[in-house]
Design a protein around this ligand. Sequence first.
Ligand code: HEC
Length: 107
Amino acid sequence: MRSVLIAACAVAAGLSLTSFAAAEELNATQQLGRQLFGQSCAVCHLKQQLGAATYGPSLSQASLGGQEDVMREVIANGTPRMPAFKYHFEPAQIDAIVRYLKTVPPQ
Ligand code: HEC
């Protein structure tokens, strides 16, 4: 039932999450990270169904050389083209997103 709800939400959001790990395989922290990613990051980092190019690169466990510290740093402080999230998220939330990204296989 829960997976049906998650699938319905993904469809409602118009996102293609098929290449991402099934929610059932994620622990609670990783699921939180997946949810936050869907809300705040997918708009730039996930391919939309209409096939438009993404604004940011696709992300995976191998992004930034797979270095979790660097991932946290980029998410917290942003880049010239990406907003900083340190005022938006608690450190624990940024950590949850990094833990989720570490479950995503490289494309
Ligand atoms: C407004 C669009 C936008 C949003 C929203 C956004 N990003 Fe980004 N992100 C980018 C762009 C563009 C880059 C490429 C870096 C650059 O050119 O400055 C990037 C780069 C990254 C990188 C480094 C990837 C690499 O291989 O160099 C990570 C990690 C990352 N973003 C994570 C996130 C996370 C996590 C979120 C949500 C909390 C997020 N981003 C939200 C646009 C965005």
